[in-house]
Each structure stands twice: as C-alpha cells, then as structure tokens.
Design a protein around this ligand. Structure first.
Ligand SMILES: NC(=O)c1ccc[n+]([C@@H]2O[C@H](COP(=O)([O-])OP(=O)(O)OC[C@H]3O[C@@H](n4cnc5c(N)ncnc54)[C@H](O)[C@@H]3O)[C@@H](O)[C@H]2O)c1
Length: 434
C-alpha cells in the first residue's frame, strides 16, 4: 500500500512510522518546514520512546520519507490519512476543524486515481461526511471514499499501543474502502488484534466516548480521594479494592492532580459542546470537567498548606511538569495550573523534568530549571512530586531531606509511603487521598 500521512505530530509521526514498519510505503507530510527538515535529517522532533530507532530502520529500508509537498505525497497514494490537530476552538469549546478541512481540500486537488481519505484526527460526529463534501466540491471528478480511523495510542507508550492495540476502529461506507483499510491493517489482523468495522458516525463517536469515559474514571477516583482525606481511608487501597472487580478494572484508577494532556481536556470539552449544540447536555462529562478543575485547585491548597499556608518567600522544588511520564508533551498539563499559582503566591520554583524543558520553558516563565532532583530540593521548603517519571520513583530520600531547608514532601502521584518518607528525615508527607 502507498500511504500519505498528513500531519507529523504525536499521532501522524507514530502512525506513519508504524505503517512503514508494516511494510507499506509511507510519505509523511507537514506544513512545519523546521519539523520536516529535522525528520529528513534523521532527528525526531518529539520525545517518544523507541520512535527514533524504528524511524531510522524504515527510512533506511526506503519505505519512509518526509516532505512538505502534500500534492506530491498524495499522488498515487492508496490512502491519505489526515492526522492534523483538532484543538479546542477559542471561545466555545468546540473542536477546531480548520486544519482538517484545509487538509481535505488540499488532498482533493492532488488526488489521482481511487483514494481513501482517512480521518485519524479526533473529530465530532459528522466530520467525515463534511470531509466527503469538501473533497467532492473541490474536485468533482475525484474517485474516492472517506474512512474514519480514530487513534487510541497513548503518548509515552505510543509504538506499543499502535503495534499491539486493544482494537482498531474503522468507519466506512462501502466494501471498496473497507478493503483498502483491511489491507493497511492486515499485519494486525493476522495477529488477531480486533478490527472493528463500523459506520462513519459510530467510529467518530467511539473515540469521544472512550476519552470521556476514561476522564470520568480518573475523576471519579480523584473525587473518592478527596473524600478519603475527610473521612479516612487510603485511596490506593480503595482503588485496588474496586479495581480487582473485573467489571471495573484497575486501569485509570490512580488518584492524582487531575487529568491533563493533549486529548482528555479538549475531547471532553468538545463532547460537552456537541451535547449543548444538540440540546442534549452531556451532564456527566460537564461535571467531570468541573470536578477536574477543582481537583487541580485542591492540589494548590495542599501544597500551600505544606508551606505553612503561604508561598511567599518559599522555595519549592517541582519534580516533573509534563502531563505524564515518557513524553515531552506539556499540553494542558496540571503543572501549567499549579506552578503559576506557586509563583503568583511569591514562591521561588525550581523545576526538574527529564524531557519537559524544551516545551516547558516558554510555558512556565519565572521558574528555574535544574538538572537533577537533589539540586532542585537544595535549601527548599518543600518538594512536590508532580509527574511520576521513573527517575523520581527511587529517589535517595535521605540525601534529599538532608539538603532541604524544611524537608516536606507533597506527593501528588502517591509514589512513596508516608512511613518511608518520614523515616528518611522528612518532617511531613502529604499524598492524595491517604
Ligand atoms: N496526541 C495524542 O496522544 C493523540 C492520541 C489520539 C488521538 N489524537 C488526535 O490526533 C490528532 C493529532 O494530534 P497530535 O497530538 O498528533 O497533534 P500535533 O499538534 O502534535 O500535530 C499536528 C501536526 O499537523 C500539522 N498540520 C496541520 N495542518 C496541516 C496541513 N494542512 N498539512 C500538513 N500538516 C499539517 C501541524 O504542523 C502539526 O505538526 C488530534 O485530533 C488529536 O486529538 C492525539
């Protein structure tokens, strides 16, 4: 199969690289010239474990290339994937489809021969039909079908998720498009990964429903954590106790500082907006969004309390600022709410993050970036564990406590046990829901 991948961000690049590893010929396209230049130079613009090696292997095999020339990439392609951003539209929470529609129009002008135009970006129900209209209007002679193929990969584990997915969802309208999609995903089909073929609308809805459900699950345990703090109980034990129930499952039951990242905040907002537009308010999702905002605020209060109720003149070490470990993605990370609140309250903030600095520098003005957690904690009044990078899971707590002005730990990921922290010389330990 010949594939053109439009957009080489976290999803487009990983998908393009993995499709080429399946044996397909893939051309990845992006408008961002600097990004394409880096890729042509063999460098990966994002941090995603294993991506550099897999990319190099497939470039060397001659199956993978990068270009800014969309028209050339689309010519002769069996399938063109749209994997551009669908951020929250300013002002109303709706998914901004400008990039998707612009890409569709460009594709339409370049297509020659039968092509399946596949939307991989997360888009509201009805978008694939709009893509169909846009392509047909731009090129009335075009021989094409549309397909919806939402992506479920998680940043930080993206390659494994793509290569060993829980399921692949493909929304199509006819057998011709279904056959092309089946051919593209054949290597997964042969290994018995479930491929779910649906109509366009169901495929689109599956993606929003999945993300809203997961955001709800996280928010539910975060709310239980808040109640545990009032009435007693350790949310880690509670999560284990309910997660062992097969109907509930143990994933996404880790209490923490609230969900963030490139998908959940914008996708819950978009789903809520779709509900409002259709006079069918998505009450659960709307509540989840509100509770998640409150969770982040509660974290700020927790840290303030650990700093004797005032940030003014305090030094706080923040370990981890990316929205989760193993990515450099800072989009909607809880740190973007929490760190400015510390600085606004008069604290000096030192930040350490294995990959977050290049993105984070512009987003977190006024912080001091340091290279290791012990340097961050030196003479500090409190250390806040915000992102659970492996690097922070086995700290030498004695060494850290010994270097601090007042050794206090706020562990927003419940990595450590209170006993261990206190035995290591910390005056106090605060977790979430314990
Ligand atoms: N990031 C994730 O973990 C994830 C997971 C599942 C689904 N998604 C969805 O996938 C989509 C892409 O997300 P992302 O995180 O990869 O976005 P991203 O912002 O990292 O990348 C999008 C890329 O598209 C490029 N682009 C925009 N318009 C273009 C055009 N007309 N031609 C060529 N390139 C163009 C941009 O320059 C950018 O590099 C979104 O809809 C998102 O919701 C993301």
């Amino acid at each position: 199969m010949r594939i053109a991948m439009i957009g080489t961000g976290y999803v487009g690049l990983v998908s393009g690289v993995c499709f080429s590893d399946f044996g397909h010929d893939v051309i990845c396209v992006d408008k961002a010239e600097a990004k394409i230049q880096m890729l042509q130079d063999g460098k990966v613009p994002i941090y995603e474990p294993g991506l550099d090696v897999l990319m190099a292997k497939n470039v060397a095999a001659g199956r993978l290339s990068f270009t800014t020339d969309l028209a050339n990439a689309v010519k002769g392609a069996d399938a063109v994937f749209i994997a551009v951003g669908t951020p929250t539209r300013r002002g109303d929470g709706h998914a901004d489809l400008t990039y998707v529609m612009a890409a569709a129009e460009e594709i339409a002008h370049a297509m020659d021969g039968y092509t399946v135009v596949v939307t991989k970006s997360t888009v509201p129900v009805g978008t694939n039909r709009k893509v169909q209209e846009v392509v047909a209007a731009a090129n009335p002679k075009a021989d094409f079908d549309v397909a919806s193929n939402p992506e479920f990969l998680r940043e930080g584990a993206a390659i494994d998720d793509f290569m060993r997915p829980d399921r692949v969802v493909v929304g199509v309208e006819n057998d011709r498009a279904a056959e092309v999609m089946a051919e593209i995903y054949r290597p997964l089909y042969l290994r018995d990964f479930p491929i779910l073929t649906t109509d366009l609308e169901s495929a689109e809805m599956i993606k929003y429903a999945a993300n809203a459900f997961l955001a709800t699950k996280i928010t539910f345990i975060n709310e239980i954590a808040g109640l545990c703090e009032r009435v007693g109980g350790d949310v880690k034990e509670v999560a284990r106790g309910i997660g062992l129930d097969g109907r509930i499952g143990n994933k996404f039951l880790h209490a923490g500082p609230g969900y963030g990242g490139s998908c959940f905040p914008k996708d819950t907002a978009a789903l809520a907006r779709i509900g409002q537009e259709h006079a069918f308010p998505m009450q659960i999702t709307e509540t989840v969004m509100r509770v998640n905002d409150e969770v982040k605020k509660r974290m700020i209060a927790k840290i303030r309390e650990a700093c004797d109720d005032s940030f003014n003149g305090k030094t706080v070490a923040v370990l981890g600022v990316t929205f989760k470990p193993n990515t450099d993605d800072m989009r909607d990370a809880p740190s973007l709410t929490i760190v400015p609140a510390l600085i606004g309250g008069g604290a000096k903030v030192r930040v350490v993050d294995p990959q977050g600095r290049s993105e984070g520098e512009a987003l977190l003005p006024g912080v001091e970036w340091v290279e290791d957690p012990y340097a961050a904690a030196k003479d500090a009044d409190a250390v806040v564990l915000l992102t659970e990078w492996n690097e922070f899971r086995a700290l030498n707590l004695m060494q850290m406590a010994a270097g601090m002005k007042s050794p206090r730990m706020v562990d927003l990921r419940n990595i450590y046990s209170r006993d261990k922290v206190k035995k290591s010389g910390f005056e106090s330990y605060v977790g979430v829901g314990r």
